[in-house]
Each structure stands twice: as C-alpha cells, then as structure tokens.
Design a protein around this ligand. Structure first.
Ligand SMILES: [Zn+2]
Length: 79
C-alpha cells in the first residue's frame, strides 16, 4: 500500500514550473540578503566582494587565478 495519496489528475507543466519559480525566487532573495554580491569590472558577472572573480580570475585589476592553465594529471610518482 502506498503511504501517499494518488494524484487524481496530471499536473500541468505551467503549475509545476510556477511552483519551482517561486522556490527559486525565494532562494535567490534569501541569498541576496545574506551575501553582498558585486559586479566584476572586467566581465560584468556577479561575484563575491573582496574575492577574485570565479569566471575570469581577476582581482583589483590583475589576474590572480590562472584560468587558462590546465592541471597536469599525475600518472607516475617520481622517486
Ligand atoms: Zn570577472
């Protein structure tokens, strides 16, 4: 036996998306109240203030994070 009642009708896609959008907007507002986001001057993306931009890796007008540099995969241990 199922513990949950069986839905009587199939739910419309707009109804599901409206419920999800409400949840999304509430979560966004909660985040905007707790964190202070600022615009990156280089790529105009939202970033945390006083931190390097996670998209372009710039902070205070210079590149801090190497976004182009790829990590070398370690396959052998050098003795
Ligand atoms: Zn940026």
């Amino acid at each position: 036996m199922s513990k949950r009642p069986t839905p009587k009708k199939q739910q419309a896609n707009s109804q599901s998306s409206r419920r999800y959008k409400t949840f999304q907007n509430k979560a966004r507002k909660r985040l905007m109240n707790t964190t202070s986001l600022s615009k990156c001057p280089k790529c105009k993306e939202d970033k945390l203030s006083h931190t390097a931009c996670s998209v372009c890796g710039f902070y205070n007008g210079r590149s801090v994070l190497d976004k182009d540099k790829e990590m070398d995969k370690v396959t052998k241990v050098k003795a």
